[in-house]
Design a protein around this ligand. Structure first.
Ligand code: HEM
Length: 118
C-alpha cells in the first residue's frame, strides 16, 4: 500500500516537473519572438527604430514593430513608413483629415506589440 502511494507521488512529481519545463520553454519562446513583452520603451529608444526594415511605431501608449505590416497596410506603405521611430497616434486617429481608424485596427497589430511607451 505504502509502495503504491510512493510510486503515485513520484509519478505526480514527474508530471508537474515535465509540465513546468514545457511551460517555461513556451514562455521563453514567446518572449524572444516578441509576442509578449513587458518592455518600457523611451522616445529615445523608439527613435532608434526609424527604418522600414526596423520600424517601431507608438500608438496610444503601446509600441509596435510594424516592419512586416508596412506592405500590408490597407492605406498604403507610406502612411506607416513616415511614422517609423515616432508616436503615430495623431496620424492614426485623424488619417490626415479622413477620420479615425476602426477600433479593430489595433487588434490586427496586437501580436506585433514590443512594449509600452515610457
Ligand atoms: C502606425 C499605424 C498606422 C498609421 C499611422 C496609419 C495611417 C493611415 C493613414 C494616414 C491612412 C489614410 C491613407 C490615405 O488615404 O491617404 C490610413 C488608412 C487606412 N488604414 Fe491605417 N494606419 C495605421 C495602422 C493601421 C492598421 C493597424 C490598420 C488595420 C488593418 C489600418 C487600416 C487602414 C485602413 C482600412 C485604411 C483605409 C484605406 C482606404 O481607404 O483605402 N491602419 N491609415
Amino acid at each position: 500500500m505504502l509502495k503504491i502511494k510512493t510510486e503515485l507521488l513520484i509519478g505526480l512529481g514527474l508530471m508537474v516537473l515535465v509540465l513546468g519545463i514545457a511551460g517555461f520553454t513556451l514562455l521563453i519562446k514567446l518572449r524572444t519572438q516578441n509576442q509578449i513583452s513587458t518592455s518600457i520603451i523611451s522616445l529615445t529608444d523608439l527613435a532608434k527604430h526609424s527604418q522600414p526594415e526596423d520600424c517601431w511605431v507608438a500608438l496610444k501608449g503601446n509600441v509596435y514593430n510594424l516592419s512586416t505590416f508596412i506592405s500590408k497596410h490597407p492605406g498604403g506603405a507610406k502612411a506607416i513608413e513616415t511614422n517609423c521611430g515616432k508616436d503615430g497616434t495623431e496620424v492614426f486617429e485623424t488619417r490626415y483629415g479622413k477620420g479615425p481608424h476602426q477600433a479593430a485596427a489595433l487588434l490586427v497589430i496586437a501580436a506585433l506589440k514590443v512594449g509600452t511607451l515610457q
